[in-house]
Ligand binder design. Structure first.
Ligand SMILES: *[C@@H]1O[C@H](CO)[C@@H](O)[C@H](O)[C@H]1NC(C)=O
Ligand SMILES: *[C@@H]1O[C@H](CO)[C@@H](O)[C@H](O)[C@H]1NC(C)=O
Ligand SMILES: *[C@@H]1O[C@H](CO)[C@@H](O)[C@H](O)[C@H]1NC(C)=O
Ligand SMILES: *[C@@H]1O[C@H](CO)[C@@H](O)[C@H](O)[C@H]1NC(C)=O
Ligand SMILES: *[C@@H]1O[C@H](CO)[C@@H](O)[C@H](O)[C@H]1NC(C)=O
Length: 231
């Protein structure tokens, strides 16, 4: 064990360490928020269709998360989902859960809902789950929309099926779906939403595992550095 440690620390710890130090920065580029990633993909597609970007509204994102949350149990084995929360739920349950200031509640003028038993990367979710047919594409490329919010949740913590919800609004930007507490709103216990100031909590387990492996490796590397002083 000590021999091995010496070999590693004397010859290999420098390149290993540089990889370790760089990796977290590469990984944390999008803060692991898949909802933000999906929102970027939606806007790229609109740009490709010569349409204006939709502005990212965190309040609307949180409402989308609530929508997805209420539909958690409605994903079929073959990855189809039909789920329409009651009209009143938006203002009576979703908005209060998010801390959206009620007088600023705008118009929700379109939605895309999709689900998948296993976790997909946002790009795959976009093309394989959410925008598969002409009808959804024409919704996404509707010129009257101004704002968008994305919510994602797994049925159980870190487990599928995963529900993806995109809400569109044609209300005036900046003054609708305003989150109380200077835009912070109420912290969500699970899932992700776009524009959140807080990191998402219900991300797939994979990310947590990867982070833990990095931390473990870092600890090992630092112990080897300790050994190095003796070689
Ligand atoms: C949309 O936003 C992206 C990045 O923020 C930008 O590169 C692009 O030019 C914008 N598109 C339009 C049509 O404004
Ligand atoms: C998917 O499953 C639902 C119910 O489980 C069923 O009604 C529907 O026909 C299925 N769709 C396909 C394409 O198999
Ligand atoms: C979800 O599915 C259940 C039963 O399958 C149904 O009773 C419920 O109305 C659905 N939820 C919504 C919001 O559509
Ligand atoms: C765009 O969405 C609005 C509802 O917000 C709808 O009335 C209109 O028909 C849609 N336009 C197209 C081209 O689908
Ligand atoms: C927008 O996305 C849809 C669904 O993936 C795709 O079929 C379409 O070609 C994209 N549009 C452009 C201009 O890239």
């Amino acid at each position: 064990m000590v021999m091995k440690a010496n070999e590693l620390c004397c010859f290999q710890w420098i390149p290993l360490c540089s990889i370790l130090l760089l990796a977290p920065f590469v990984c944390s580029k999008n803060h692991g928020n898949a909802a933000n990633d999906l929102l970027d993909i939606l806007n790229k597609n609109r740009t490709a269709h010569k349409l204006a970007n939709l502005s990212d509204n965190p309040g609307l994102g949180c409402i989308a998360l609530q929508y997805a949350e209420q539909c958690k149990a409605n994903c079929s084995r073959n990855n189809t989902i039909h789920c329409r929360p009651k009209e009143d739920d938006f203002t009576e349950i979703f908005a209060p859960n998010c801390g959206v200031e009620l007088p600023t509640f705008g118009t929700i003028s379109g939605y895309i809902l999709g689900c998948q038993q296993k976790y997909l990367q946002p790009q795959e979710a976009f093309s394989q789950v959410l925008v598969q047919d002409q009808k959804t594409l024409s919704l996404l490329t509707n010129g009257t929309f101004t704002e968008v919010g994305v919510g994602i949740i797994g049925r159980r913590k870190h487990k599928g099926p995963y529900i993806w919800c995109v809400l569109f609004s044609n209300s005036k930007t900046k003054t609708t779906f305003v989150l109380e507490d200077l835009g912070k709103g109420i912290e969500q216990k699970s899932g992700c939403y776009s524009g959140a100031t807080l990191a998402c909590s219900g991300g797939p387990k994979k990310y947590a595992v990867v982070m833990n492996i990095w931390i473990l490796l870092l600890i090992i590397i630092f112990s080897f550095q300790g050994f190095c002083e003796h070689c």
